[in-house]
Design a protein around this ligand. Structure first.
Ligand code: CP
Length: 321
């Protein structure tokens, strides 16, 4: 595996899930793979789960993880080509990336969407520079448009908890006080479209996900109708993807608290499990009662982030040989 951005990069999902179960059952069985090898985890943005689960996955594989907090403990990096570097950014990615690549065997990158320039974000400008200039396998640790380690962990979690062969999975938009990227819902939609699930997306008008990710998924604008009979409810906020109106890209179009997942919403489901990638705003995205209930699986979902990251790093190490 040379890079990990999209569901296609993992190949057959049944095989990937079987491998995830093996890794989970015996996490230290491949410790030899990472011996004398290093992964550099580059963070342009904050993280709790991705930072820790990636390091834990690396350690399980015998890899030495090094974390670089760009804008914190490195030079601030310029990401755009052709600019006069007269701002506070002291170094360009064009030099920084090959230097980072010369110190490691694998690279992980977290670089969120700026949410001001749709073309720049959806071109995955930063991530593609890492691929082009590092010469090393690159993992998206949430880039401008995708969060594949999260989506893979979400699929592992659904596989772990499902009680029917083809569960109904509902991705629902929920309100949030800040404008958030579309990476999590984009990847979740992409992975659910590829998985053996009955997938429905629900959101207010204007929040349509990019067709490259939403694919042929059913979109139901009536949230309660979408939730009827659901086996899994995946709540997430995202800002306007700019599909129907590019001028509104990155904006908050609704703060309708009627979309907050509470007990009344869960009551119409098939006793669904509640999922969220975390961090979550309580009583904005989800009520205390729902997230604290026995049907909330947000903690095992986060724990599976180690498993998804480990499968990806394992495959990359195997392909280095
Ligand atoms: N879900 C997730 O990516 O969490 P962090 O932002 O804390 O890494």
């Amino acid at each position: 595996m040379k890079s990990f951005f999209n569901v296609q990069d993992i190949g057959d999902l049944d095989k990937a899930l079987a491998e995830a179960r093996e890794v989970k059952a015996n996490p230290f069985a491949w410790k030899h793979l990472g011996e004398n090898k290093t992964i550099i985890l580059v963070f342009f943005n904050s993280s709790l789960r991705t930072r820790l689960s990636s390091q834990k996955a690396a350690l399980n594989l015998g890899l030495d993880p090094i974390v670089l907090n760009v804008n914190g403990d490195s030079w601030k990096l310029e990401t755009r080509m052709g600019v006069v570097m007269d701002s506070d950014k002291s170094e360009h990615l064009r030099e920084a990336i090959p230097v980072i690549g010369s110190y490691c065997d694998l690279i992980g990158v977290r670089s969120f969407a700026g949410l001001t320039d749709r073309e720049y974000d959806y071109a995955e400008t930063v991530l593609k520079q890492f691929v082009e200039y590092s010469g090393k396998p690159v993992i998206s640790l949430e880039s401008a448009t995708v969060h594949p380690c999260q989506a893979f962990a979400d699929l592992i979690t659904i596989d772990q908890y499902k009680t029917v062969k083809r569960p109904k999975v509902v991705l629902t938009w929920a309100p949030h006080p800040k404008a958030l990227p579309q990476a999590v819902p984009n990847s979740f939609a992409q992975w659910m479209n590829a998985a053996d699930v009955d997938f429905v997306i629900t959101h207010p008008h204007g929040y349509e996900l990019d067709p490259a990710f939403a694919g042929d998924a059913k979109v139901e604008y009536d949230q309660m109708k979408a939730l009827e009979g659901a086996d899994f409810v995946y709540a997430k906020n995202w800002s306007c993807p700019g599909v129907t109106d590019p001028s509104k890209y990155g904006q908050i179009l609704s703060q309708d608290m009627g979309w907050t997942i509470d007990e009344a919403h869960m009551a119409v489901t098939n006793n669904a499990y509640f999922m969220h990638c975390l961090p979550v705003r309580r009583n904005m995205i989800v009520s205390d009662g729902v997230i604290d209930s026995e049907r909330s699986i947000v903690i095992p979902e986060a724990a599976n982030r180690v498993v998804s990251a480990q499968v990806v790093m394992k495959r990359m190490l195997e392909s280095l040989k």
